[in-house]
Structures are given as structure tokens and as C-alpha cells.
Ligand binder design. Structure first.
Ligand SMILES: N[C@@H](CCC[C@H](N)C(=O)O)C(=O)O
Length: 278
């Protein structure tokens, strides 16, 4: 099986072009093996680029623990770059099918290659049943909750996948690596959750660290950055257009007032290609 290693802002996955390749084993098992940073290729998970009946391509994404997620914001930019740069569909606007519906992307091309990509991430969902969470029966905005003996204020947002956003003075290891996994698996999030710890730098600039459902701390999370933009606006701390600094790079987010859609812009990088197993 040929694969391509790609990353968006340091959120790295093993990508397989299923227009041409067959998986040697079921995707969940394969995801666990290839993601291993010592015994595998190394990555935050596995992403399959498949033919679609309703769009230019379909993305399926598997976390490093083998669980399948509905959406991946950094992943979809890489899928678009792959689809464009490898000649599957060379338009500068693409439609990609995901577990959160068909999303539209605009590609900025430099020479022959896609560089910056803007994704219409759709309308965020805020109802507790849509997250899902049992913490309240109303949308949670700066909602006080106790986790591990500590009271935090959380804002929950679904971008197709669940996010729990916590604004903090400093996103320390104790919070991200200590509380992150506890919140991820808290039974009040029946499908587990991604967790974002966010520092407000100014009304247009934020800093984010993410504990991802199924993969642990990653260097960036695109659906997470979208949820953070929405949460920062809902809590009155930021404008609708923000620059978010993540551990592995920056993303630009805009929550459009008229359409309520979130737009995310960032890069996508092809790192190397290989064959699995060797
Ligand atoms: N890194 C991704 C999100 C990947 C899926 C997530 N871990 C989940 O289980 O929902 C992104 O860039 O959005």
C-alpha cells in the first residue's frame, strides 16, 4: 500500500489514495499501526482519500486509537491538496464529502501546487444533544463544571465532531496533559470529546493547545480552531475574525455573521511518500 505523509500546522496524518490503493487490513487496525511513532510511520492518525458519488472525493479519518471521527479540519485541507496536486481533480475549488456532509474548499495555487486552502466548515452546532453532552439541556457558554476537583468554565461546540473549549490564563501541561484526558473520557460526553485550552492574546489573536479525542495532544486541530473562534465570539472575548496560534503553526478563522458559516484558512504540506509494510 502506497501512502503519503502530510501535515497541516503540524497535525500529521498518514494519507492513503484509495482511488488507486487497497488497504491491507481494516482501517481501524491499520490506523493504530501506522500512527505509532516508534514502530510505525508515525502520525496523529490515518486518512483515507476515497471516490465519492456526490463530491470530488470523500475523506474518512481515523484517530491514532483506531476510532473514526466525523471531520478533520487540518486533514481536509491536506486531502484537497492531494486531490489537486496528484491530478485527481485540478480545479481551484473542490467539494469533499465528510462525516459532516459535503464541504467546499478554495485553493490558492502557487505554480502547480496548492498552498493556502480555505474551507467552509459549515454552521457550528451548539445544542447539547448535538455535541453530545449531558452537562446541561441548554447551550453551554462559559458553563461552570467540575473536572478532577477543579472548577472550569466550558463552552461546547460541534463542528461535526465534539469540542469542549476552556479559556485559561495559561495552557499549562498540567491542564492539557492532566485534565485533557479526563475531560475527553468524562461520561457526561457520551461520544468523548476533543478539548481545547485557549489563551486570549487580544480580540483578534488567540493561542490554543488541543487534547484530541483518540489521539492525545496534537500540534494543531482545525475543527478545534473553528470551535475556539465560535466560543471566543460567544463569550464576548474576540472579534469574528481571528488568528489562532497553535503549537505547530497558525490558522485564520472567520465566523461569518450573515451566513453563520465558519471559514478556516491554513496551509497543507506533503512531507514524503512510502510503502506499507516495507
Ligand atoms: N485534528 C483534527 C480532528 C481529528 C478528529 C478528532 N480527534 C475527533 O475525534 O473528533 C482537526 O484538525 O480537526
Amino acid at each position: 500500500m502506497r501512502f503519503t505523509k502530510m501535515h497541516g500546522a503540524g497535525n500529521d496524518y498518514v494519507y492513503v489514495n484509495c482511488f488507486a490503493e487497497k488497504l491491507p487490513e481494516p482501517a481501524p487496525e491499520l490506523a493504530i499501526k501506522v500512527s505509532d511513532r516508534r514502530f510505525g510511520v508515525g502520525g496523529d492518525g490515518l486518512i483515507l482519500i476515497e471516490p465519492s458519488d456526490v463530491a470530488d472525493a470523500r475523506m474518512r479519518m481515523f484517530n491514532a486509537d483506531g476510532s473514526e471521527a466525523e471531520m478533520c479540519g487540518n486533514g481536509i485541507r491536506c486531502v484537497a491538496k492531494f486531490v489537486h496536486d496528484h491530478g485527481i481533480c485540478q480545479r481551484d475549488s473542490l467539494r469533499i464529502e465528510t462525516g459532516n456532509g459535503v464541504l467546499e474548499l478554495k485553493l490558492q495555487i502557487n505554480g502547480e501546487k496548492a498552498e493556502l486552502i480555505t474551507v467552509d466548515m459549515g454552521i457550528p452546532k451548539l445544542l447539547p444533544a448535538e455535541i453530545p453532552t449531558t452537562l446541561s439541556d441548554k447551550p453551554l457558554v462559559n458553563f461552570p463544571v467540575e473536572f478532577g476537583g477543579m472548577e472550569l468554565r466550558v463552552t461546547t461546540v460541534s463542528m461535526g465532531n465534539p469540542h469542549c473549549v476552556v479559556f485559561v490564563p495559561e495552557a499549562t501541561d498540567a491542564l492539557v496533559l492532566g485534565l485533557g484526558p479526563q475531560i475527553e473520557s468524562d461520561p457526561r460526553f457520551p461520544k468523548r470529546t476533543n478539548v481545547e485550552f485557549v489563551e486570549i492574546v487580544s480580540r483578534t489573536e488567540l493561542k490554543q493547545r488541543t487534547w484530541e479525542r483518540g489521539s492525545g495532544e496534537t500540534w494543531a486541530c482545525g475543527t478545534g480552531a473553528s470551535a475556539v473562534c465560535v466560543a471566543a465570539v460567544l463569550t464576548g472575548q474576540a472579534e469574528r475574525e481571528v488568528l489562532i496560534h497553535l503549537t505547530g503553526g497558525d490558522l485564520r478563522l472567520r465566523w461569518d455573521e450573515a451566513t453563520e458559516h465558519v471559514f478556516m484558512t491554513g496551509g497543507a504540506v506533503e512531507v514524503f511518500q512510502g510503502v506499507w509494510p516495507t
